[in-house]
Design a protein around this ligand. Structure first.
Ligand SMILES: [Zn+2]
Ligand SMILES: [Zn+2]
Length: 280
């Protein structure tokens, strides 16, 4: 598969899924948004554009291109033995998903990485656009990690394309403000991370922020003990975001870009006492 058709498949799928989820949110919202779309969407979509341009500029060959090269040269564990193509693709998909889970945990536990990732968490509402809101440096690091996994494991190109499309789709789905009946959520979250499951991860409470790291498959959280079924204050009552960056000006595109480089301790220390205690 050439780079252009890969881009076409990914873009087409992403735009279609985005529009479908946006409509779902409008007609059947899960929560009342506190800030709403008009102030957030230009920045959340703007940062997506910055990310896309930067990755294309700085990383000339994406993960799928590396997969083609790895297969030609016999790199990676899966290229040592000849296994059925579907089995290699399946293993590749699972390993990539586990790597993204591990990466997400690291972005929470390592302070310098958390500074990059917290911009994703600083959104004051959570909806389909939040699923596209990541700092450009996080996106570049994530791409390099995926490339490393593809080289080490020898993930087939088709598995990389399926994984990228799936991750994009599930990220938009599990951030969406789309209401789903409880019984359906219970079934769907056995296979894929649902909006109710990922919303816990966007809670202002740190122990909830540090749970439900999965983006795609929900099993890693259950396996590694980071699973939380529901937020303590309920989906309607919970506060979305972080104790810092609660000023609505922080939703501007230029602020999103500079958040990792600003002094977080200073922000909390300067906040009024009542707010500091609430942030606790
Ligand atoms: Zn996170
Ligand atoms: Zn998220």
């Amino acid at each position: 598969m050439d780079a252009n058709s890969e881009l076409f498949i990914r873009l087409g799928a992403a735009v279609g899924i985005f529009l479908a989820l946006a409509l779902w949110e409008v007609f059947s919202p899960r929560r009342t948004l506190t800030v709403g779309r008009a102030r957030r969407w230009p920045s959340n979509l703007g940062i997506l554009l910055v990310d896309a341009v930067l990755v294309r500029l700085l990383i000339p060959v994406a993960a799928v291109g590396i997969a083609v090269i790895a297969a030609e040269r016999g790199w990676g564990l899966l290229n040592i033995a000849r296994w059925p193509a579907w089995l290699e693709a399946l293993i590749g998909f699972f390993v990539l998903d586990l790597a993204i889970y591990g990466q997400h945990v690291a972005f929470h536990k390592v302070h310098i990485l958390w500074r990059l990732h917290r911009m994703h968490h600083a959104d004051l509402d959570i909806d389909v656009s939040t699923g596209l809101r990541f700092h450009p440096i996080e996106i570049i690091l994530s791409m390099l990690i995926k490339i490393a996994v593809v080289i080490l494991i020898g993930v087939p190109a088709v598995a990389v394309v399926i994984f990228e499309v799936a991750l994009n789709a599930t990220s938009m789905f599990n951030h969406s403000n789309a209401a789903m009946p409880q019984w359906l959520d219970r079934i769907v979250r056995l296979l894929v991370v649902t909006p109710d499951m990922h919303r816990v991860h966007h809670s202002i409470k740190r122990d909830e922020t540090d749970s439900n790291f999965g983006f795609n498959l929900p099993w890693w959280d259950r396996l590694f003990g980071t699973y939380r079924a529901q937020p303590e204050s309920g989906h309607e009552g919970m506060t979305i975001g972080l104790p810092i960056f609660r000023d609505r000006r922080e939703l501007r595109l230029d602020r999103l870009i500079t958040q990792p480089f600003r002094n977080d301790a200073g922000e909390v220390a300067r906040a009024p006492r009542a707010q500091r205690e609430k942030a606790g």
